[in-house]
Structures are given as structure tokens and as C-alpha cells.
Write a protein that binds this ligand. Structure first.
Ligand code: 1CP
Length: 355
């Protein structure tokens, strides 16, 4: 069987029994599983080669290319999971928003969403809007064998930050001004985005994704009380919408030390942690009943082998008392990272966590 049964989330046994999915379920594992956010991408010469001359958004819509790029880091690094190659703005492009991913900048929205009238541009997403996702995941699950595939989406706050600002921002001044100044419009915007995001994750799970990650990369810009009031309901709606599939749900953001507990309570099975807090402290904040993912500082990979190993061991030591641990970086692989350092890191984690 290549696709998940919509009612049970049933998967091929070898995939279900993989170290990655066991760790997400907080079951005993033969070794700590490891994958890297942004493991596919510019750190790999084979990625730069196949992407040559093809704009980012177009490459996300070509199933054979998506399949090849998703498999590249799995072949090279022996990671325990693949992550579907796409971008958080793909579902927004698919429902007809005029946006593009500009090289060296990121997602840019031609006409930002600022008023109630603008909300009408955010229609529901159906599987017919993203046939290339279903096709690529079908190809991938056949190629991947027992290696699980992680589907993903941007969380409502992080998507809203691009839509309201019109592009990348450091301050989120327009988005936060809407959140504070027009809470009803903000709530309606996030609710629309929750529906689109939930629909997009469902497409990926029904096509065969074994786990999903909700990227709320920029939500660390908020105070806990604002998170509870203005963001958590929408993120919780997304998690609730996919709860019935039984696939692990991972929730990640950057600079979220003060939000970790709430991000778990939003409905995650696994809470992603950046490098600012050690995992033994993170588990105290999150509380029982959740696995953790993380959290080596991605810049450590620019040092020598001994330093990388010492820092990786610190992460493993801090994770020793966890119910479930998925090793990852605290944020994505940086483009100038030496890919061989990543391969060696996978081997180190596997060897030094073997039980
Ligand atoms: O291998 C993988 O992990 C899949 C690749 C992936 C993922 C998970 C891409 C490809 N994008 C994403 C998600 C994504 N996109 C996030 C959440 C993850 C994170 O926090 O890193 C975010 C915030 C974006 C938005 C985005 N898209 C940015 C950041 C802009 C900012 O605000 O600073 C950028 C630069 C992009 C473009 C993009 N997405 C992916 C790639 C390989 C690229 C670069 C494309 C290019 O250079 O042409």
C-alpha cells in the first residue's frame, strides 16, 4: 500500500516501524533518528544542478523534479526521514494569489492582504488545485521504501506574516498592527489560512506522507498571551483537522522558548526546539506526553569535526531523559554548509545513540 488509509492512517509496516516514527510516538528506538530541516536545497551540488534555470515555484510543481530533489539528501546522508520538497507559499500560489519566490529574498506578494475585502482572495484549497503534490508523493513513497516522508505546511501566523507584509520582514509591523488593531479581521484571516493549511496537509497525508510538520517559523515574535489569544486557535484548528489520520504532527518555530508549552498544547505530538534552550530545559517547559525535535545550532556545522561531534554529543546528552527524541538542527541547513559535515553528523548520531 502506498497511500495512508484516511480513517486509520495505516502505513506499510516497515515505515510504521521506522526509528523516526517510533521516536515521534515515544516508543523505544534502536538509535536516535535524525533528519534536517532544509536538508534538500542549496547545500547540495546535485540540487543546484537540477534546479539550474528553473524558478523555485515552478520546480515545486514538477513531480519528477520534486521527487529527485526530495530523494537527494536521503541518498547522500542516510537520514531517517525525507521531507517533501516544496515551500510554505505553494498552497497560496495554488489558490491563485499573485506571489513569487524571488532568489535571495524569499516569498513576495504583489498585493498584500490588508483589508476585509482582501480576504475574498483567499478561497478554499481542493486536491484539484495541487495535482502535482499527489503525484509527487505517489512517486516518492514508492522510491522511499521504509523511509518515512514528512509532509509540511506553513502555520497561519507565519503565512499571514508574508501575506500582510508583502514579503519577508524582521519586525512584522503590519501583521502585528492588524493583530492588535483589528483583531476580528486578524482572526478571520488566520481562520481562512487554517482551513487552507489543513486542506493542504490532508492532501499530503492521503497521498502517503507519514508525518506532518507545521512550520510556525516566525511566531517567536509574539508574547505568550498574544499567542494564546490571536494565533493558537488557528494552529489548533489545523492540528485538530488532521488528528484522525494518526500520523505524528510536529510543530516548529524559531525563538519560541517562551511558547514551547503552548505549541505542544495546540495539538502537536512532537515539539520542535531551536538551539537557544537545551533539550533538558525544553522538556521541563513542554511537560510530559510529547516528543521533542532538535536542536543543534546550524552554525556549528561551519566548525571542525571534533567541535561538531562535541556539540552533537551535548544535544544527545541533554536528550537522554526524553520520552522521544528526533535529532535535528535548531533551524534549517544553511546554504553554505559543507554537505559532508551533515553526512558525518548523521553517522555520529546513529553510532553514539545505538542501544
Ligand atoms: O528540504 C527541505 O526542508 C524542504 C525545503 C523547504 C522548506 C521546508 C523550502 C524550500 N521551503 C521550506 C519552508 C519554508 N519556506 C519556511 C519554513 C521553514 C524555515 O523556517 O526555514 C519558510 C519561512 C519559508 C519562506 C521562504 N521561502 C524563505 C524565507 C524568507 C524569509 O522570510 O527570510 C525563503 C528564502 C524561501 C525560498 C526557498 N524555499 C525553499 C528553498 C530551497 C528556497 C530558496 C529558493 C531559491 O533560492 O531559489
Amino acid at each position: 500500500m502506498t497511500a495512508n488509509d484516511a480513517s486509520t492512517g495505516q502505513q506499510p509496516t516497515a515505515t510504521y516501524d521506522s526509528a523516526f516514527l517510533k521516536a515521534c510516538r515515544r516508543e523505544p528506538v534502536p538509535h536516535t533518528p535524525v533528519w534536517f530541516m532544509r536538508q534538500a536545497g542549496r547545500s547540495l551540488p546535485e540540487y543546484r544542478k537540477v534546479r539550474e534555470g528553473i524558478p523555485m515555484l515552478e520546480s515545486c510543481m514538477r513531480p519528477e523534479l520534486v521527487t529527485e530533489i526530495t530523494l537527494q539528501p536521503v541518498r547522500r546522508h542516510n537520514v531517517d526521514a525525507a521531507i517533501y520538497f516544496s515551500d510554505i507559499v505553494v498552497p497560496l500560489k495554488a489558490i491563485g494569489l499573485d506571489l513569487d519566490i524571488k532568489p535571495g529574498i524569499g516569498p513576495v506578494v504583489e498585493q498584500p492582504i490588508r483589508t476585509r475585502a482582501d480576504l475574498a482572495r483567499l478561497r478554499d484549497l481542493t486536491p484539484e488545485d495541487v495535482p502535482y503534490v499527489t503525484e509527487a508523493i505517489g512517486l516518492l513513497t514508492r522510491e522511499l521504501g521504509s523511509t518515512p516522508l514528512i509532509g509540511f505546511a506553513g502555520a497561519p501566523f507565519t503565512l499571514a506574516s508574508y501575506l500582510v507584509e508583502g514579503g519577508p520582514s524582521r519586525t512584522y509591523e503590519n501583521a502585528k498592527a492588524m493583530m492588535y488593531g483589528d483583531p476580528e479581521l486578524w482572526a478571520d484571516l488566520l481562520d481562512r489560512l487554517a482551513d487552507i493549511t489543513a486542506a493542504f496537509l490532508k492532501v499530503q497525508i492521503e497521498a502517503g506522507a507519514s508525518a506532518v510538520q507545521l512550520f510556525d517559523s516566525w511566531v517567536g515574535a509574539l508574547a505568550p498571551a498574544d499567542y494564546v489569544q490571536s494565533v493558537m486557535p488557528a494552529s489548533a484548528k489545523v492540528f485538530e483537522a488532521v488528528a484522525g489520520y494518526g500520523v505524528p504532527r510536529i510543530h516548529f518555530g524559531v525563538g519560541t522558548g517562551e511558547l514551547l508549552k503552548l505549541m505542544g498544547e495546540a495539538g502537536a505530538d512532537v515539539v520542535g526546539v531551536d538551539w537557544r534552550i537545551p533539550l533538558d530545559e525544553a522538556v521541563r517547559r513542554v511537560g510530559p506526553g510529547k516528543a521533542l525535535q532538535g536542536n543543534l545550532d546550524p552554525t556549528v556545522l561551519f566548525t571542525d569535526k571534533n567541535t561538531v561531534e562535541a556539540k552533537a554529543q551535548e544535544v544527545l546528552d541533554a536528550a537522554a531523559g526524553l520520552e522521544g527524541h528526533v535529532f535535528n538542527l535548531g533551524h534549517g541547513v544553511m546554504p553554505n554548509t559543507d554537505p559532508d559535515a551533515l553526512t558525518r553528523l548523521v553517522e555520529y548520531v546513529h553510532t553514539h545513540s545505538a542501544r
